[in-house]
Design a protein around this ligand. Structure first.
Ligand code: BDP
Length: 711
């Protein structure tokens, strides 16, 4: 073949490859797609606002993507124009919105259709740039989900003042419980090289209202506070700042000793206190809007004040004092469980006596459940119990215990269940949402944390649908009364933008998302079972797991207590009495198997295999049917997804299809492992209507996964 032909073939291939890449639907654009293919029913004659400001430019750039052209910048309002501005803008001032805007605060905003001198104007307004940016993203969300009208009347402010991601990212680039590749923070290149992803990350977070991030793992290396690393942290903070995201760090309590060379890290030691004061000043010189510290102390082997005979109050207050002059806060974790009593009771027992003793810039960070991010837990009884100390929920976005990045599990319904749970601490209606967002206790600081599922995978989260969990965390942190259905609907419409977006097939995808958490609970650990995972990596089932010498409360048998008499953890007044950590009427409800909701039954009770369930079935039969239901549901999801093939781009369709196949196989693995193992105690047949196991128990017991992300 002559050279000329070779060259043109090469050129054609190159152009095709480039085009293909441009159109590749690899999930990289998250929910911020702004495709031109969708009719959104929104037309503006032009835009007024401060060109060059982030809110203005963000709108223009999205508009450009959606329409292929920028909006005409106007000097005065014309009919059907868009006005974006703060109270500094004269026209906005003239609308008389000032009182209302001030009440919404710096992060709040209004989006309103206003008629002025016969002209219809859509106004996005706030008292500050933060709120304006959130307002613009909200308007874009309205447009993207085809809800734009000339009758808009939206006024919003966030439920929590700190809406924070917790990255469990290590300084060596690995991510603890991360299933989407390595850390996005390139510590070895920083501060000289700034990855372009930092800005995309900032935009994505700001678009859903996240305004804070802890960059490093709670199992923190003292090195993060070194001069060298603080320069790197500063470089990240500089990129995130325009998007109103403040940076926080996890700290190691022994830093004064390990990093500072002091003989001790005792919180009552003068030199130790001074070390923290100096360290705080050093940080704030570099990062004036630094947010504060997250602390995991005296937990899972990490150092803490108790190493010196001091208390959590001594430790937290020392650090709070160092941050106070700069406006920083301490998020002190209540994830502590020294061996002794029932693990579910330990955090409450430890912290209840400290209520009211913490400085006013300390907030206690509490996982949603009393044990550890299980597929389902009742809420931690610390919510509502601490009345004089602000307390913040910690949710886990990364799916450590929920199929990691292989299973499609939309977590919003689980979080909604937690935020809507009634603690009864102030009578009926004292939901966790209201207990933590300041509604009930009027606390000065309010916050909510989500353990991030972000990594350097092209699609950010490992599974396309795991992006929905990041999205849902942000939306719930902004508005803790949103329903999972609203959130999923928004996410689907923005993420899979095709002309058929309103097609009924999307309804089935919505249903799949909304039921997916219950489904995972059903095939993993229904009826209140918990922590029957494989050792350490927590991916598959290992209810038989026994590691000689391991802490009993790290082993499944501690939790399921299966024997010939029955199964479950007795936490009633006759057992560990964990029920008494809840307020009336919950404690009475949880204490009585007849009143206890089925979903928590084996969390609170050890019951015989023949126990009669509300459905009329025996406990053993109910367990079998529920595992089977979980498997059937995943098989149903496969059908739903396959039917949507024509509505979804080829790449994302194929990737999700292949993950659903893994999930279906895993669901069978879970069902077979748990039923065959528990059957050795129940000694009863698996009801004959149910699909028979396809594995042998002995084979299953031999499975040892060598997961790359094993940690
Ligand atoms: C557990 C994780 C462990 C974390 C710990 C924590 O298995 O990797 O370090 O929680 O939250 O869920 O501190």
């Amino acid at each position: 073949m002559c050279l000329k032909y070779k060259k043109s073939i090469f050129l054609c291939c190159f152009v095709l490859a480039t085009l293909f890449r441009l159109n590749a639907e690899d999930g990289n654009r998250l929910w911020l797609r702004f495709n031109q293919t969708v009719n959104r029913n929104c037309h503006f004659s032009g835009i007024l606002g401060q060109s060059g400001s982030l809110p203005f430019d963000e709108f223009q750039s999205a508009w450009n993507d959606m329409n292929g052209t920028e909006l005409v910048a106007l000097k005065t309002a014309t009919d059907n124009s868009l006005l974006i501005g703060t109270l500094k803008d004269k026209t906005i001032k003239s609308f008389g919105l000032s009182k209302e805007l001030k009440a919404l605060g710096k992060e709040g905003f209004i989006i309103r259709s206003i008629n002025k001198n016969g002209k219809r104007i859509t106004v996005v307004a706030s008292i500050a740039d933060n709120g304006l940016l959130y307002g613009v993203y909200h308007l874009l969300r309205i447009i993207q989900t085809n809800r734009f009208s000339d009758n808009l009347d939206v006024a919003e402010k966030p439920s929590y003042s700190v809406r924070i991601l917790n990255h469990w990212d290590n300084l060596d680039g690995t991510v603890e419980r991360g299933y989407a590749g390595r850390s996005i923070w390139k510590w070895d290149e920083l501060p000289a090289v700034i990855s372009p992803r930092y800005k995309v990350y900032a935009r994505a977070n700001a678009s859903i209202g996240i305004n804070a991030t802890v960059l490093n793992n709670v199992n923190a290396s003292p090195k993060v506070l070194s001069v060298e690393y603080l320069q790197k942290v500063k470089a990240i903070a500089d990129v995130l700042r325009p998007f109103h995201i403040r940076v926080y760090l996890s700290i190691n309590f022994s830093s004064p000793k390990i990093l500072g060379g002091l003989p001790t890290s005792d919180p009552l030691d003068k030199n130790v206190r001074k070390w923290w004061v100096d360290k705080a000043s050093e940080i704030y010189k570099l990062i004036p809007d630094f947010g504060g510290f997250l602390v995991k102390a005296n937990s899972e082997g990490l150092p803490g004040p108790m190493d010196y005979g001091r208390t959590h109050v001594d430790g937290a207050n020392m650090i709070a004092d160092a941050l106070k002059p700069h406006g920083g806060i301490v998020m002190w974790r209540a994830f502590v469980y020294e061996p002794g009593d029932d693990r579910a009771k330990l955090a409450y027992k430890e912290f209840i006596n400290f209520d009211g003793q913490f400085r006013d810039n300390v907030i206690i960070q509490v996982k949603n459940g009393p044990i550890d991010f299980q597929p389902r837990e009742p809420f931690s009884p610390l919510f509502g119990a601490l009345k004089k100390t602000p307390i913040m929920p910690e949710l886990q976005i990364t799916q450590e215990y929920l199929g990691q990045s292989n299973h499609l599990v939309f977590l919003s319904p689980m979080w909604e269940e937690c935020l809507d749970a009634d603690t009864y601490c102030n009578g009926h209606g004292s939901t966790i949402g209201k207990v933590t967002d300041g509604t009930i206790f009027g606390n000065k600081i309010s916050a909510i944390a989500g353990v991030s599922n972000i990594g350097e995978d092209t699609n950010w989260c490992g599974h396309h649908f795991a992006q929905a969990n990041w999205y849902a965390f942000g939306r719930l942190a902004w508005n803790n009364t949103l329903t999972s259905e609203e959130i999923a609907d928004e996410w689907i419409q923005q993420t899979f933008q095709t002309p058929q977006i309103q097609n009924t097939e999307f309804e089935t995808i919505l249903k799949m998302m909304l039921t997916s958490h219950q489904t995972a609970v059903d095939y993993m650990m229904p009826l209140g079972l918990h922590h029957i995972f494989a050792w350490s990596h927590h991916y598959g089932p290992e209810p038989w797991c026994d590691i000689p010498g391991a802490r009993p409360d790290w082993l499944p048998k501690y939790y399921h207590n299966a024997n010939e008499a029955g199964i479950g953890f007795d936490r009633t007044t006759k057992g560990s009495d964990a029920v008494s950590q809840y307020y009336t009427p919950l404690k009475e409800q949880f204490n009585d198997p007849a009143l206890c909701p089925d979903k928590y039954l084996l969390w609170f009770h050890h019951l015989s295999w023949d126990y009669k369930m509300k459905s009329g079935k025996t406990l053993w039969d109910e367990m079998c049917y529920t595992y089977d239901e979980g498997v059937k549901e995943v098989r149903e999801y496969q059908k739903i997804w396959d039917k949507a093939e024509n509505l979804i781009d080829a790449q994302r369709f194929a990737e999700v299809q292949s993950k659903l196949r893994i999930q279906a196989r895993d669901a069978v693995w879970w069902k077979d492992a748990c039923l065959l193992y528990f059957q050795t105690f129940s000694k009863q047949p698996i009801p004959y209507e149910i699909e028979r196991p396809v594995h042998d128990l002995d084979e299953l017991k031999k499975i040892k996964l060598d997961l790359k992300h094993h940690n």
